[in-house]
Design a protein around this ligand. Structure first.
Ligand code: CU
Length: 490
């Protein structure tokens, strides 16, 4: 009885806190984290059309800028965005395409843009070394060479990533390949991007509030925006809809499912389609992780997509995300194919190299803070290694640039079946070790590192990050472990 009473007390207290917080939003119609009114049509980020030159190179032009966005009713919020006030357009390219990005920085401070999930040369990766000064344009170019996937892009300036992402610099990057699968694939019609981001608003909603470098995790917001839309609904006109869900938050973990507990099919993980769909009623995403799912609807129904609360400190409370409204007559959709990708599991060879990474507190790995001038690991091109990530403290996750990995086990147990595809970011629960089979690429460059880090941005910015280079096999011992001119710290 005491337990029940205490829970009731907590929920009332939480509601009171929320109501007080909302009271400061002038004219706000916010209904609290549990009861959205679903008044606003979900914004679908526009597809950015690239310019094609005579050689077929596709150039995508992105400009980082400040702006003001209408998010809460009756007010404008100061934000940052790509090619607009808030968030960025969706990039889309196919395997084999030669793409060039022309990223112009119109902010008052230096930034970078990292292509999260892209397999590319380190100098094109947009990590903390590829700084774009105010007024400058950065033009990385590479050939898309990876399976179809839902990737994304966001800044990665060392010590400033949380601030840049929180203000709104993020967008989706869809990779296609020539697989002919009968999956929903009409962008914005039956193939819907969902970028989940939690925010706190300052007085009158004039800006986002909170310090992303404070506390254990930085900011855990009380409002969840989907594609930058507050209180959103989505009307669907097909029997099945594919959702590409990206956790673009700085710290929050979502346990995504439907209010009516309906089951749906997971078809893709971070790095692409799975071998076969996995049916679930819920899936978890920590910052930076993606999932592609297919959901079935019946004509005329309405259902709420929700994040269910958990006990991992970064996932407190149930949060409504989106109401989906099916029109009275739905277009037929083919069933989800039983086989999706021709996906060989990433298999470490006998005697594979094992590397161990201990996450320390909120700001170090293996006892060392990130140092821009230090190479921590040297990996031969094409290697498959076992990386063991140990976490003896509170919630963390782990992202490795450039690679695809398979989660071998979490605290000694197999991971949930729906994560059994290729990934680049993984949750590392408190007091556990996660083992990964990591497949490295073939772009060698002993002088340009890739990053691995916790994608809780408060931790990444504080130094829970390290650097590795990929080199020609046999040359590992010739690589200097300091980078001249890289500078230390941030
Ligand atoms: Cu962390």
């Amino acid at each position: 009885m005491i337990f029940v009473h205490r829970r009731r007390f907590l929920s009332v207290a939480a509601l009171a806190t929320f109501t007080a917080a909302c009271g400061s939003e002038a004219g706000s119609a916010s209904r609290g984290v549990e009861k959205l009114a679903f008044r606003n049509p979900l914004r679908i980020p526009p597809l950015l059309q690239p310019k094609r030159d005579r050689k077929g190179v596709r150039t995508f032009e992105l400009t980082m800028q400040q702006g003001r966005a209408r998010i809460l009713p009756g007010t404008q919020t100061a934000t940052w965005g790509f090619n607009g006030p808030f968030l960025g357009p969706t990039l889309r390219a196919a395997r084999g395409d030669v793409v060039q990005m022309a990223v112009t920085n119109r902010l008052a401070e230096a930034g970078t843009v990292h292509w999260h999930g892209m397999r590319l040369p380190a100098r094109m990766d947009g990590g903390p070394h590829q700084t774009i000064e105010p007024g400058a344009t950065w033009t990385p170019r590479w050939t898309i060479d990876q399976p179809a996937a839902t990737s994304w892009y966001h800044p990665h300036p060392h010590g400033r990533t949380a601030a840049h992402v929180y203000r709104g610099l993020a967008g989706m990057f869809i990779v296609d390949d020539d697989e002919r699968l009968e999956l929903p694939s009409r962008y914005g019609v039956d193939d819907i991007p969902l970028i989940l981001q939690d925010k706190r608003f300052g007085p009158d909603g004039a800006s986002f509030s909170g310090d992303p470098l404070k506390g254990t995790f930085g900011i855990l917001g009380d409002h969840v925006l989907v594609n930058g839309t507050y209180d959103p609904f989505l009307r669907v006109g097909t029997e099945r809809v594919r959702l590409r869900i990206l956790n673009g938050s700085t710290a929050r973990m979502y346990h995504v499912g439907f209010a009516d507990r309906r089951r749906f099919q997971v078809i893709g993980t971070d790095a692409g389609l799975m071998a076969a769909p996995v049916e679930v009623d819920r899936l978890s995403l920590t910052p930076g992780e993606r999932a592609e799912v297919v959901v079935a609807f019946t004509a005329g129904e309405q259902v709420v997509l929700r994040s269910f609360g958990g006990d991992n400190d970064i996932d407190k409370g149930d949060l409504d995300l989106l109401r989906i409204v099916a029109v009275p007559r739905l277009e037929d959709s083919p069933a989800v194919p039983r086989r999706l990708a021709d996906l060989a599991p990433i298999q470490p060879p006998q005697g594979a190299r094992v590397r161990r990474f201990r996450l320390n507190g909120h700001d170090a790995i293996n006892g060392r803070e990130m140092d821009m001038a230090r190479i921590d690991e040297v990996v031969p091109a094409g290697a498959v290694e076992i990386w063991e990530v140990e976490n003896n403290v509170y919630a963390h996750n782990f992202h490795i640039h450039e690679v695809a990995f398979r989660v071998l086990d979490v605290a000694g147990s197999p991971p949930p079946a729906y994560t059994n595809g290729h990934k680049d970011t993984v949750y590392v629960p408190s007091k556990s070790t996660v083992r990964l089979a990591v497949q490295f690429g073939h772009h060698t460059d002993p002088a340009s590192p890739y990053m691995y880090h916790c994608h809780i941005l408060r931790h990444e910015d504080s130094g829970m990050m390290g650097q590795f280079v990929i080199v020609r096999p046999g040359t590992e011992n010739q690589v200097p472990h300091t980078l001249p001119g890289a500078g230390h710290g941030h």
